[in-house]
Design a binder for this molecule. Structure first.
Ligand SMILES: *[C@@H]1O[C@H](CO)[C@@H](O)[C@H](O)[C@H]1NC(C)=O
Ligand SMILES: *[C@@H]1O[C@H](CO)[C@@H](O)[C@H](O)[C@H]1NC(C)=O
Length: 401
């Protein structure tokens, strides 16, 4: 009985052992599968997370891009706003300038009125003024001053950045001086003809016997008055008959050899100007002189009748012209901005520069190489960076004393 029992027991042990083994194997495999499943789940989760992160990132970048774009457009808008405001300021400045004309020629009537209010002491001064005026008669008889710029017209653009153009107040012919010196001058019958022309080929070409030096010439009543300075010689004014083509007179000038009148236009050795009173010469007597001098010339003989120190500095000056015995000096900056009349000098002593407010030129291209006043038309012929421009000015009458 005992061996059978032993066998049974051992058999059952074997059976139990195999069963246990399989169970363990199953457990193991199941665990492994679970682990793999877990890991797969994890991977899946991670993948999902990455995906959402990527989506988030994409969203963020698009948002940022949109933000940047809107910032940019906002910035552009602000810039536009700023430039519009600048325009407005400029316009307002123009307006203020037109409202504040040079009170330049403070006239005697005004003075007397003022002085009546100020009392006796001042009255004595008036009498003194009167006495002085009797002794020294006025050079200029006209009573006009520039109060504002009325309009600007760009006619054409020919030739070089620097030059000069002008119109004879008597014959209405137009003369073109291209560049800063030369022996030729171009003549057109009228401003219209010049404006319509294709170029100087359609003009009458005038060959001068002596070179013109600098854009400082003037045409008056059929005569061309111009500055000539050959290398290292004295400066002379030449009077040239435009009809006959002959030099009718010349005059030497005691001007320093290497002096220039306007520091912004060093080519201008001296500057001739024509107004209702005749011919004027703007010049610098010596190189050390900081202020511009003015001479009244006899148109027939080129004699100098009188000389004044205008007390207008030549530093940062680009041009000047004379209207009715009053010099208007135009200033600018080395990097051309807006030209302005910042110094005026009246030969009749009816105004002082400090009294005359700034008068700004209308907006333009660059810097004036020359400005020539035409007393008949009350307009300025400007050469601005190669453009030929006409500025119409508003003239105010000085009140008669
Ligand atoms: C004016 O002068 C410039 C050089 O200074 C030259 O290039 C140009 O052709 C000239 N124009 C005319 C119309 O003579
Ligand atoms: C030049 O003019 C200024 C006034 O604008 C004056 O103060 C100065 O003394 C003048 N200089 C000379 C040398 O005349």
């Amino acid at each position: 009985m005992k061996p059978v029992l032993v066998l049974l027991v051992s058999c059952s042990w074997t059976l139990i052992g195999a069963q246990n083994y399989y169970q363990a194997l199953m457990d193991y495999l199941e665990n492994r599968l679970l682990a793999i499943e877990d890991r797969m789940h994890l991977w899946h989760q991670q993948a999902h997370q990455y995906h959402t992160e990527m989506l988030d990132f994409k969203k963020l970048t698009t948002e940022t891009m949109v933000g940047i774009r809107s910032d940019q457009s906002a910035m552009f808008k602000e810039l536009e706003g700023a430039s519009a405001r600048m325009d407005l300021v400029e316009k307002e400045m123009d307006y203020v300038e037109t409202q504040n004309s040079p009170r330049a020629c403070a006239n005697k009537a005004d003075r007397v009125l003022e002085q009546e209010a100020w009392g006796l002491q001042e009255r004595e001064e008036v009498e003194e003024d009167g006495g002085w005026e009797e002794l020294q008669p006025r050079v200029s008889e006209c009573e006009e001053l520039i109060s504002s710029f009325r309009s600007v017209k760009v006619l054409k653009r020919i030739g070089s950045p620097k030059g000069m153009w002008t119109r004879d107040p008597k014959s209405s012919k137009v003369y073109i001086f291209n560049g800063t010196s030369g022996e030729t001058v171009y003549e057109f019958r009228s401003v219209q003809e010049f404006s319509r022309s294709q170029g100087v080929a359609e003009s009458r070409i005038i060959h001068l016997p002596f070179e013109w030096t600098g854009p400082g010439g003037a045409v008056y009543n059929g005569y061309l008055y111009y500055i000539n300075q050959e290398t290292d010689t004295d400066v002379q004014v030449i009077k040239y008959d435009l009809m006959s083509g002959l030099v009718t007179d010349t005059a030497m000038f005691p001007i320093g050899k290497h002096v220039s009148l306007y520091t912004l236009n060093p080519e201008t050795v001296a500057d001739l100007a024509v107004d209702d009173e005749g011919l004027w010469l703007l010049f610098i007597p010596t190189d050390s002189e900081p202020n511009i001098s003015l001479a009244k010339m006899d148109t027939a003989t080129l004699d100098i009748e009188q000389i004044w120190d205008t007390r207008c500095p030549r530093e940062n000056a680009e041009a000047a012209f004379v209207v009715c015995g009053t010099v208007y000096v135009v200033y600018n900056t080395r990097l051309a901005s807006r030209s302005r009349i910042q110094c005026v000098y009246d030969v009749n002593d009816m105004m002082v520069s400090e009294e005359a407010p700034l008068l700004y030129f209308p907006r333009r291209y660059g810097a004036h190489a020359s400005l020539k006043y035409n007393p008949e038309e009350k307009q300025l012929y400007g050469w601005d960076d190669g453009y030929q421009i006409i500025y119409r000015v508003t003239i105010k009458r000085k009140l008669l004393a």
